[in-house]
Every structure is written in structure tokens, then in C-alpha cells.
Design a protein around this ligand. Structure first.
Ligand SMILES: [Fe+2]
Ligand SMILES: [Fe+2]
Length: 202
């Protein structure tokens, strides 16, 4: 079994001066870790909860404990309010409903994460030899659907309506949330390829 099997692909993230690009890069990393869960389950079906599986579980746990909550804050505290302020009048009613739905998804995603996290902890601690496929499926499904809608609807309005100075304000707020300088931390963003690495901006 190749240890690289569990390593996410390395992709440079855009800088904080491209906040929508950076949010999309975060989505890609979320999707990579969701896909990793499937590979971990396949691996564990053959090999049980060996060291490699536990390490990969730890990698998923680290990402969703740190970078994913920051991503939700980027959207709820910075992007969504900016969209509501700058969207065209004709878009606002639909946008309010969209944002309500996306924020409700965030609550569900957090709930799904707490359930999955307990399962991952059990595997890492040796109390369980498997991830529950229903728990993983629920977690993956809600994340994939949310990302698809967010990009198709919210990010496309952002690309249309947000002026450069507002994008800069969002990017600066995202950098400040991670205690990094604007805009230079983005392009060489860590992809958190192993447990213990510093938190990724996305
Ligand atoms: Fe979101
Ligand atoms: Fe998102």
C-alpha cells in the first residue's frame, strides 16, 4: 500500500487579493478530503484501522477542525453581507433566500461533522475498525451539494456584483482571520498534506 495514496494533490491557492478564487480553492480541498474518506474506507475494508488509515483520519480531522470553520466564517461574516449590500435590487429577494439556505446548510454540515468526527476519533483511538458508511455518505452528500449551489449561485453573483474595493476588503478580512499578511500568503498556501502542518488559508 502506497503511503502517497492518502496525500491530497498539491495545488497552489490564489492570493487573498482573489478572495472568490481562494474560497473556490477551499471548496476543492473540502472535496478532496471528502473523497479521501472513501479511500480510507476502502483501505480499512482490506487492512483494518492500521497506522496509515489512522493518520489519514487525523488529516481529515485536522482540516475540518480548523480550515473548514474559517471558510464558513469567510462566507457568513464577509462574503454574504457584501453580496446583500451590492447585489442588484432585482436579485435581492432571491439572494436572501439563498443565503438563508446556505447558512442553514452550514449548521447541518457542522452537525454532520460532529457525528463523523466522533467516528474518526474512535478509529484513531482503536475503538473502531471502520467508518460508518451512512455517516460518511451523509457528510459527503451535504458538502458536495452545498458547494455546487454556492458556486453556481452565490459566487456567480459575487463575480458579477462585487466591486474591486469590496473584494479587497473581503480578502483582507480573510487574511486577518488567519493572522497572515495580505495578500502574499495565498499563492503558496499549505495544502495540509500531513497532520501537524500549519493551518491552510483555504
Ligand atoms: Fe458555505
Ligand atoms: Fe463555501
Amino acid at each position: 500500500m502506497n503511503a502517497m495514496q492518502f496525500q491530497p494533490l498539491q495545488h497552489a491557492a490564489p492570493g487573498f487579493d482573489d478572495p472568490i478564487g481562494l474560497l473556490k480553492a477551499c471548496h476543492m480541498r473540502i472535496e478532496q478530503r471528502c473523497a479521501l474518506l472513501s479511500r480510507i474506507m476502502e483501505h480499512m475494508a482490506k487492512h483494518g484501522a492500521d497506522q496509515q488509515a489512522k493518520q489519514a483520519c487525523g488529516m481529515v480531522m485536522q482540516y475540518f477542525d480548523t480550515a473548514a470553520p474559517q471558510h464558513h466564517c469567510d462566507e457568513e461574516e464577509d462574503l454574504f453581507p457584501a453580496l446583500l449590500r451590492h447585489a442588484k435590487r432585482s436579485q435581492k429577494k432571491k439572494l436572501r433566500i439563498l443565503i438563508q439556505d446556505l447558512e442553514a446548510d452550514h449548521v447541518e454540515m457542522e452537525r454532520a461533522w460532529r457525528t463523523l468526527r466522533a467516528n474518526l476519533e474512535d478509529v484513531i483511538a482503536g475503538r473502531s475498525q471502520a467508518l460508518d458508511p451512512d455517516i460518511v455518505d451523509r457528510f459527503q452528500t451535504i458538502h458536495f451539494a452545498h458547494i455546487q449551489r454556492e458556486e453556481a449561485e452565490a459566487f456567480s453573483i459575487a463575480a458579477e456584483c462585487l466591486p474591486p474595493e469590496v473584494l479587497e476588503r473581503i480578502g483582507r478580512a480573510m487574511a486577518a482571520r488567519r493572522n497572515v499578511s495580505y495578500p502574499d500568503a495565498g499563492p503558496l498556501a499549505s495544502t495540509q498534506s500531513s497532520p501537524g502542518q500549519s493551518a491552510s488559508p483555504a
